[in-house]
Design a protein. Structure first.
Length: 429
């Protein structure tokens, strides 16, 4: 690569604007560490006059990001717009076809189109880097691609969404409601102010799981329909009961290979309080890899926000400036095979079930009969009456049960008028 490197940043939201400032501020440090001088020659966003934390140069501003590639001699492009399709996809495709290195924190784009984009990068002998797409500032992807490159990884799991981890940690600590804690998370900038649905329903974590799967198991990105559940239905009473059971509620992303089939999933889990993952609180992320011969490796850090994300983007930049041209997913696309999906109906797990019921004789019997019908046996049972409202909470911890049986059983309670709302199901991990 030439000594003077031209850079474009497309998207000037929180992350793009913070990165713009970091690049300007650290030019000398970057030159010291790589021998390359960087120059930001183009930036683009929807609104030139929007109030931003860091001032931008209007001289290099483009309203149409696609014009940047046509009009400027760009060497490295940062895509920080964040869409899975549309303009984000167009920009990255155009850049790679024009032999421009691309760096992005866009997990939605990579989890959906990563295979095609990596093919373009390999054909044009440029880099497609996306360290910031998983785990914020945690160097998880580079660890898998480089540090653990000769290990056979069998399982990766962890806390992959800081928003959900903050909400669950705060609900446990304060005993406050989900909606109140969500508002607090939005005020602190941990959750999207408008619509945080993609964080809360598990979609964000699942996109990261798909990227981790492709890297960890040297496979193409799966298009499988996955088990995905969020945290929206968890209530403060679930934390009180978890406390009694010496358990803690966490939203986990999990990927593993079972009988040569890929099993990816995101859902709330009850984990023992004495485990490592249980004690990762607040907006932190933590990822645990299991492999041979390394055993178990743990990486933890801040998983979101402009600071940690920019740290990962800068890491990708320095890797490119040092001349490290490599396959985006560690090995060439043609050597990455498709992998069939594990049948999630066969997934066996112990369950936490909470029923809100009318407090009258015979209701518990109705529930236990249905459980027996679907071969679900009870390990522990707790009843919490609310005499004032003539209601009760019935909490059941089951022995191991097959996923197909549990889903059919839960659906069978819909028509029971003595059960006041849809039962809460949380898997034990």
């Amino acid at each position: 690569m030439k000594k003077k490197v031209n850079i474009a940043i497309l998207g000037l939201g929180q992350i793009g604007n913070y990165l713009y400032n970091e690049l300007n501020y650290k030019k000398k440090e970057i030159e010291l560490k790589t021998g390359k001088k960087i120059d930001i020659v183009a930036i683009s966003a929807k609104n030139i006059n929007k109030k931003r934390k860091y001032k931008i140069s209007k001289k290099i501003f483009y309203r149409n990001p696609l014009q940047v590639i046509k009009n400027k001699n760009i060497d490295i492009l940062f895509e920080c717009i964040g869409l899975s399709d549309g303009i984000s996809k167009q920009i990255v495709i155009n850049a790679l076809k024009n032999k421009i290195h691309v760096i992005t924190p866009n997990k939605a784009l990579i989890s959906k189109h990563g295979d095609y984009l990596s093919k373009l990068a390999e054909m044009n002998k440029v880099n497609l880097e996306f360290e910031a797409s998983v785990g914020g500032g945690i160097p998880i992807l580079r660890t898998i691609k480089e540090s653990l490159a000769t290990n056979k990884i069998s399982k990766v799991y962890g806390i992959l969404n800081g928003t959900c981890n903050y909400i669950l940690s705060e609900m446990e600590k304060t005993k406050d409601s989900f909606n109140n804690v969500l508002k607090k998370a939005q005020n602190l900038g941990y959750a999207e102010p408008g619509n945080p649905k993609l964080d809360l329903n598990g979609y964000d974590a699942l996109a990261k799981v798909k990227i981790l799967s492709a890297l960890s198991f040297n496979k193409k990105i799966s298009k499988n329909k996955c088990l995905m559940e969020g945290i929206e239905n968890i209530e403060s009473k679930d934390f009180n009961i978890a406390e009694q059971l010496n358990l803690r509620i966490k939203l986990l992303g999990i990927t593993e290979v079972i009988d040569n089939k890929l099993f990816e999933r995101v859902h709330p889990c009850l984990v023992k309080k004495n485990t490592y993952i249980s004690n990762v609180g607040g907006a932190m992320n933590a990822i645990i890899l299991e492999g041979k011969p390394v055993g178990q490796s743990v990486l933890q850090g801040e998983g979101a926000g402009p600071g940690p994300t920019s740290s990962a983007l800068m890491s990708d930049l320095l890797s490119i400036l040092r001349g490290n041209i490599k396959s985006p997913f560690g090995i060439p696309l043609k050597k990455r095979k498709k992998i069939s999906s594990y049948d999630q109906k066969k997934y066996v797990n112990s369950l936490y079930l909470r029923f809100e019921v009318v407090d009258k004789p015979g209701v518990l019997s109705q529930i236990t009969k249905q459980l027996a019908k679907y071969k679900i046996s009870i390990q522990r049972l707790i009843q919490i009456p609310d005499n004032n409202k003539k209601k009760a909470s019935i909490i059941i911890i089951t022995h191991d049960v097959m996923e197909s049986n549990s889903s059919k059983c839960m659906n069978s309670f819909i028509s029971n008028k003595n059960i006041l709302k849809k039962p809460i199901l949380i898997r034990l991990f």
